[in-house]
Write a new protein. Structure first.
Length: 446
């Protein structure tokens, strides 16, 4: 549209030529028609030039009011160059503005996509900007709260104390009153002069895992402390052996043996659980003979019961795919619980059932039963309804946690139906994919 820029004399040359042309023309008119006519010609010519320049100056002033690239006027003479320069300057300004806006937008999008909350604040703790995650974490709103002090919006004393202390070398962990159940880690980074970035991270899950680990360690320590105290106490007595007759010593040794066995069982169960949890490989696919497995756990149950219960076994040939070792441990735990929580004279039945939804190992007892509110928690580690009965009968509090893990690894689950004082049915349920049907066997044999 417009010519390229020219500079110095080159820019002024056409204007000078135009003036020189006017002077020559006025002189010729003066010579031809007299002095006065020549002067009038010069004056009119100069006035015409002035008017043209004034018009372009007015156009320039109007454009400067609203300097839009598409509205840059076309020029004449020296104005062509002036407007060409304006056009180029305006175009590069607009390009820079556009690039800046784009960068800012990209920066905001990036920060908004972070899993952390980000709040930009100034030295007086006023909010400049924040991303949606920070809005969620702190219960603030960029639109409504921009320019307000963050400590007036998040009023938790530990947060206010942390922000006003201006000592940000350590992170703050707190639970905002506005978001019950949420645990937040807050960090503040100082940048530029008196500008702060506040970063919030949701650590609810981490805190929960830490709490479970702390509870777990406390429980294990507690479980081991009692038998160790007993063993230690008797050992101290035995050191002073003269004071004991043979019978008492025998009794003490027997008690120590019992406690040592209890610790042994506990450590074994802990190891089984940790092995189950740390196994990343899928459960093995060996074909397990269920009939034989049930026969073995029934024998164990008889040995544990010592004839105090009637034990019925309903055996039908059945096979499942899975880990024999893990299933044996799960079935064994369910059966030993039935013996331990069924008073003398009660009966216990073991059966394998199959239907369209899969297969289930059902153990029904006429024992103590479990109240409904305890049932959902039975598979938690160390959860016991009746602590003393569990300990007296040698329970570690980990049996059903092991059962749950084994069944989960096999795609199944534990089903508990129970009535206090009447008895319970604990079923290890396995999905159809695990059950080997007759046609599977034929295929396998082929
Ligand atoms: P424990 O070693 O204490 O038996 P478990 O994890 O095997 O640990 O079982 C957890 C709790 O579930 C037991 O303490 C007991 O209160 C309850 N429980 C398990 N099986 C039965 C059952 N057949 N009858 C009644 N209560 C049971």
């Amino acid at each position: 549209m417009l010519d390229g820029p020219r500079s110095g004399l080159a820019l002024l040359a056409p204007a000078m030529l135009r003036l020189a042309g006017l002077a020559v023309f006025a002189t010729i008119v003066g010579i031809a028609f007299g002095m006065q006519a020549g002067l009038w010609t010069a004056v009119i010519g100069l006035a015409a030039l002035l008017l043209i320049h004034l018009r372009y100056a007015a156009l320039l002033a109007a454009w400067l009011e609203q300097p839009r690239l598409e509205d840059v006027p076309d020029g004449w003479g020296i104005w062509t160059d002036v407007f060409a320069r304006l056009y180029r300057t305006r175009r590069s300004t607009e390009q820079n503005e556009h690039r800046l806006l784009e960068n800012e937008e990209r920066f905001r999008r990036t920060i908004s996509a972070l899993p952390e909350g980000i709040v930009l604040i100034d030295a007086t703790l006023q909010i400049d900007w924040c991303n949606p995650v920070a809005e969620q974490h702190l219960g603030i709103s960029l639109r409504a709260d921009q320019g307000l002090r963050v400590t007036n919006l998040v009023r938790d004393p530990e947060f206010v104390g942390y922000m006003t202390s201006a000592r940000f070398d350590q992170a703050l962990i707190f639970q905002p009153m506005s978001r019950p159940g949420l645990a937040l880690e807050v960090r503040v980074i100082e940048f530029e002069v008196a500008r702060l970035i506040l970063i919030t991270r949701d650590i609810t899950q981490r805190e929960r895992v830490d709490a479970v680990r702390r509870d777990f360690i406390a429980n294990v320590s507690h479980e081991l402390r009692t038998p160790l105290t007993v063993v230690n106490g008797f050992l101290e007595t035995l050191i002073d052996a003269q004071q004991e007759n043979g019978g008492t010593r025998q009794h003490h040794l027997h008690l120590m043996h019992e406690q040592a066995q209890r610790m042994h069982r506990l450590v074994e169960d802990l190891l089984t659980l940790s092995r189950l949890e740390s196994r990343e490989t899928p459960v093995s696919d060996e074909v397990v003979d269920i009939q034989q497995l049930i026969r073995e756990v029934a024998d164990e149950a008889r040995a544990l019961s010592l004839g105090r219960h009637q034990i019925h076994v309903d055996l039908t040939p059945a096979f499942v795919r899975g880990s024999r070792e893990e299933l044996r441990s799960a079935f064994g735990n369910i059966v030993s619980n039935a013996v331990r929580y069924t008073p003398e004279g009660g009966s216990i039945s073991l059966a394998w059932r199959e239907d369209a939804t899969g297969g289930r190992f059902e153990v029904t007892d006429t024992g103590l039963g479990v109240a409904p509110d305890h049932i959902p928690r039975l598979t938690e580690r160390f959860y016991r309804v009746d602590k003393s009965r569990s300990r007296e009968t040698g329970g570690t509090g980990l049996g059903l946690a092991i059962v749950k893990h084994v069944l989960l690894r096999h795609g199944g689950h534990l089903d508990v139906r129970s009535e206090v004082g009447r008895g319970s049915t604990f079923s290890a349920v396995l999905p159809t994919e695990r059950v080997v049907t007759h046609s599977d066997e034929i295929t396998a044999a082929a």
